[in-house]
Design a protein around this ligand. Structure first.
Ligand SMILES: NC(=O)c1ccc[n+]([C@@H]2O[C@H](COP(=O)([O-])OP(=O)(O)OC[C@H]3O[C@@H](n4cnc5c(N)ncnc54)[C@H](OP(=O)(O)O)[C@@H]3O)[C@@H](O)[C@H]2O)c1
Length: 298
């Protein structure tokens, strides 16, 4: 099956990706085979974008857990997908300490060390899309972008993505790294879901600039994903009209916002990937899209 394709810089990827974060939750520790099978299912079905990060791990001791899981899934894959077409997008810039404390380190030494460790965990010599996980509040944003540029100039990463970036920060980043045509800033990954719509201005800005927009927690996150239909009845009702679940309708709604949108729902089960892939073929009318746009976040 060929999924609809969308651009990230000079690359074309499937219009929906898969997010790896929940595969590295503590409850998945004894389900590694299931997690690998989930990625294999995604590859079988034509998904060519996998989102990961160094900090997706069951604990602070296991930084790189999800990157290693993705690497293992690619290494052990025996299906027919062309692995050279798979874009693994990782991230750096957030730190983890024991006790569930998250911090930031986008200093030149901190980001370089994080990136070098990601290269090892991902088993690659260059990360094809490296996303700045979130702004470091202790540092000037432009300096953080210069550090990302140095990683690109050193050949450690091929393309840069931003995450949790405001419209103004996107502009600062482009000024230093260039835009999608330069393989500078090619993507922005911000939160967006039926519940959380505060980054609409950044999404629209990306749309204007041709920068891919990867909504994170598109279903509201692992705790809420199963409740989309009960919390947002419009999504369930429109879904019933088009023969889709509320979750598939949510992903279709995001996809219809702009051709730059590429949702990256998390998954821990192969059957979830089937549904994610189906969402890329669900078509909503303008009336249905407007109805979902108008729903009030719960
Ligand atoms: N940049 C950032 O700061 C940031 C922050 C958070 C997340 N992220 C990224 O964004 C990705 C997505 O966010 P998320 O995982 O937090 O939340 P999410 O995608 O909103 O929700 C994940 C949950 O949704 C379920 N699901 C996915 N597709 C479904 C479908 N079609 N039908 C029914 N259930 C479905 C999955 O179920 P199963 O587990 O049962 O398969 C999973 O538990 C993450 O995996 C991560 O890669 C980035």
């Amino acid at each position: 099956m060929t999924l609809p394709q969308r651009a990230i810089g000079d690359l074309l990827v499937s219009a929906v990706g898969v997010g790896g974060m929940p595969m590295s939750f503590p409850g998945m520790l004894d389900k590694r085979e299931q997690a690998v099978a989930t990625i294999h299912r995604a590859l079988d079905l034509g998904v060519t974008l996998i989102d990961t990060a160094n900090i997706y791990a069951p604990s602070a001791r296991d930084i790189g857990h999800n990157e290693m899981l993705v690497a293992e899934a690619l290494r052990t894959y025996t299906g027919s997908a062309d692995l050279s077409a798979i874009l693994v997008a990782s991230k750096g810039g957030i730190t983890r300490e024991s006790g569930g404390i998250f911090g930031s380190d986008s200093s030149p030494a901190g980001l370089r060390a994080a990136c070098e460790k990601s290269l090892v965990c991902l088993e690659v010599s260059q990360i094809q899309l490296y996303q700045h996980h979130r702004p470091d509040p202790e540092l000037d944003y432009a300096d953080q972008m210069r550090t990302l540029l140095s990683l690109k100039e050193a050949g450690l990463v091929a393309r840069i993505g931003l995450s949790n970036a405001s419209k103004a920060q996107i502009d600062i980043a482009i000024g230093i790294l260039g835009g999608p045509k330069d393989n500078g800033v090619v993507s922005v990954q911000n939160q967006f879901s039926p519940r959380f719509r505060e980054h609409r201005d950044a999404l629209d800005h990306c749309s204007d600039l041709g920068i891919a927009y990867l909504p994170w927690s598109p279903l509201g996150g692992s705790n809420e994903a199963s409740e989309v239909g009960s919390k947002y009845k419009d999504f369930a009702e429109v879904g019933a009209e088009v023969g889709a679940t509320a979750q598939e309708t949510t992903l279709a709604w995001l996809l219809a916002m702009s051709p730059v949108v590429i949702p990256i729902p998390g998954a821990t089960k192969p059957a979830t990937v089937d549904s994610i892939v189906k969402s890329a073929t669900v078509e909503l009318s303008a009336v249905q899209q407007a109805r979902l746009d108008a729903t009030t976040p719960a």
